[in-house]
Design a protein around this ligand. Sequence first.
Ligand code: SAM
Length: 405
Amino acid sequence: MDKGGRRRLLRLPPERERALIAAARNAEPVRGLTHGFYKYPARFSPTFARAAIETFTKPGDLVLDPHVGGATALVEARAAGRGAIGVDISPLAEFVANVKCTILSEAELETLESWVVKLPAAIDIYSPSLRFEEYAELGYYKHLTHPARWRLRKAIEQALGRAIALGSPRLERFGRCVVLRTAQWALDGRSKATSVEEFRSNLARFANEMVRGAREFREAVAANGRCPVTVLNRSAAGLEEDIRVRGVSAPRLVVTSPPYPGVHVLYHRWQVDGRKEAPLPFMIANKLDGAGSSYYTMGDRKYPGLKTYFDNVRATMSSVAKIVDERTVIVQMVAFSEPRWQLPRYLETMEEAGLTEALLPTLKDAADGRLWRSVPSRRWYSDQRGKTPASQEVVLFHRKARGAP
Ligand SMILES: C[S@@+](CC[C@H](N)C(=O)[O-])C[C@H]1O[C@@H](n2cnc3c(N)ncnc32)[C@H](O)[C@@H]1O
């Protein structure tokens, strides 16, 4: 809103505005490029990220996602010939983002194709497996020691052994991500253990799909131009002080989803046997999980008024405001457990951060004037009671406030 109380509008060619609204509401499953490498919780739809990038940037421009998660925005930016910076507090997000944004050479892709052919034979319950003692001592095998699960644990160790045998850091990371994807499928949210046979056949299936995705990504980058992508594992709060982003030109677009206020999403662990939390994904990624869930969600959702959450999101978005300029558009996709008070509080927090909201002219007279979308098949529904408002997400548009530092 400007000083006269008028709402600011985001002027776009009408066909671009229509395309952006349609893309935000698109409910097609996530597919293509490297998007299928890991099911990062609460990830964007690539269609939405692509539409935002096409609408607000040109080839060669810079896109920033300060809560990058599974890197949907980075993949789309790089595939479309834009540069990108992704930031996330989670080492698991950093791992996934790096693998998904790596451009593998044709020789590397061929090495992986030969590797995939031999992969199923390596999963053999009668052969030995590597044991990751240091991770075991630190508790990363938690909830995998159940008698119904030792075979699967062994299969995961054998698959990791094959990833490590790939020999180069880039290929090993890709191999680890194949194991991550397959183990997530086998364990996360399942009450019944999967068999080793199912693990073996899915390992090969995911590996094949991922090599195809990596090739598609490589071809898209070759067609649209190669721009640099940087992934930073740190909090976005204070980002403007980071030597790795100082001197970089202002991004034309910030497209991001911070953790959602009051909505519980388990970003960093898998749920095994119902609700038992397993830190295994970090071991597979060869990373350490330093923190509890409120570290990744910006604060305990039971804290009165979600004070920690709003303090944290103010801090990250204040840093965003310091990095952008007047031409940058900031697009956020957010859901709320109780939108009635949380949405106004969220908008207030953005103003405190130095950002001013802008609306799409087509929607300015409809309902509250904002772009809402229904969320298809989100796992975190199960953590809410019934059909809660969190099954709706809102797309918010902001610009740097006039006179903000
Ligand atoms: C909703 S997810 C982002 C999903 C992403 N848009 C995608 O497509 O996969 C929110 C992310 O914010 C990260 N996060 C939480 N606190 C953060 C902070 N202070 N700085 C940067 N990232 C943070 C979480 O680790 C999580 O990965």
